[in-house]
Design a protein around this ligand. Structure first.
Ligand SMILES: [Zn+2]
Ligand SMILES: [Zn+2]
Length: 315
């Protein structure tokens, strides 16, 4: 099959990549549309040590198994069900997990993929492919509310106006919260204000250590420092960026101000699909471009452009 592959050095489209074979309990999915996110861009910089088919955001059609013939999205963590984390009902932290397009498992920038049947979530007819492909990052946004209590009246700051910051802000708005998004791109902030979300240009932000919760979605090494400047004493910082390099960052403010820092990753796919079906978030304005799979390497470059939000790839 055709697949967009990273070999540890280069990204290329391979016209004859081996077909993925489903193991027991797994299903084959024909990928109808895939999305590129920050994690993919970090992988091709070599951060995760992953090689193989890239991509973990997709909507497709199940070709076998109990969802055969149905449109599906899928949770990306493939778990053993048997380790201490799985037994403690923390399957996304499975010690032996593989992760679609990220760790030990070929991903979604391909004609087909395989995932455990249990990971697949059917997509209702009212949700288009271009909406459903956002289910995975939307679930990651929803996860913030599962980890941190967000009370009405809280002062909430979302740092970053990119792919994830846009979704986090929309999810919070749907939850009747009033986040302020601080970002650098006038165009991206304009999308948010168009949806009635309060925004602030980073250059004009005067951090006052007064936010109850700061959600850090900048994808930049200095995001945590900015979050520390914004959060109130005893407040909470939710870290969404997987930026490895924070060398030289002074963590003393976390101690002095008794800040809670919460790392946050994948969330509930079924809730994400439900939010899309209920029209609680608007994802169409976030689509920058759509490329055919043949041009997936070009799509990766386009996704890395500062002005782009979500770049899609259609096999
Ligand atoms: Zn992603
Ligand atoms: Zn496990």
């Amino acid at each position: 099959m055709k697949a967009c592959v990273f070999d540890g050095r280069n990204v290329r489209v391979d016209p004859a990549w081996p077909d993925p074979r489903p193991a027991a309990g797994e299903a084959t999915v024909r990928v109808d549309l895939a999305g590129i996110c920050q994690t993919d861009l970090e992988i091709v910089k070599g951060y995760m040590g992953f090689t193989g088919v890239l991509g973990h955001e997709f909507v497709g059609t199940a070709l076998d198994g109990r969802h055969e013939g149905r449109r599906v999205v899928g949770g990306i963590n493939c778990v053993c069900g048997d380790c201490d984390m799985c037994r403690a009902a923390l399957p996304t932290h499975c010690r032996r997990r593989t992760v679609l397009g990220i760790q030990g498992r070929d991903g979604a920038l391909a004609e087909r993929l395989v995932l455990p049947e249990a990971n697949l979530v059917p997509v209702p007819d009212g949700v288009s492919d271009r909406e459903a492909v956002f289910a995975e990052p939307l679930a990651a946004a929803i996860q913030v509310g599962r980890q941190v209590s967000l009370e009405p009246g809280y002062k909430i700051i979302v740092l970053g106006d990119g792919r994830l910051g846009q979704l986090v802000a929309q999810v919070m708005q749907a939850w009747r919260l009033a986040p302020t998004v601080i970002g650098k791109s006038p165009g991206k902030l304009a999308i948010l204000s168009g949806l009635g979300i309060t925004t602030l240009a980073a250059a004009e932000a005067r951090p006052e250590k007064n936010a109850d919760v700061v959600v850090e979605c900048t994808g930049a090494a200095d995001g945590l420092a900015m979050a520390m400047a914004c959060v109130r004493p005893r407040g909470t910082i939710v870290l969404k960026s997987t930026v490895a390099d924070t060398a030289g960052l002074n963590l003393a403010p976390l101690v002095v101000d008794e800040i809670t820092v919460v790392g946050s990753r994948c969330g509930p796919m079924d809730e994400a699909v439900a939010m899309l079906a209920a029209r609680q978030v608007r994802v169409e304005p976030l689509i920058t471009a759509e490329y055919p799979l043949d041009r997936a390497a070009e799509a990766m470059e386009a996704a890395a452009e500062p002005a782009s939000i979500k770049v899609l790839v259609r096999p």
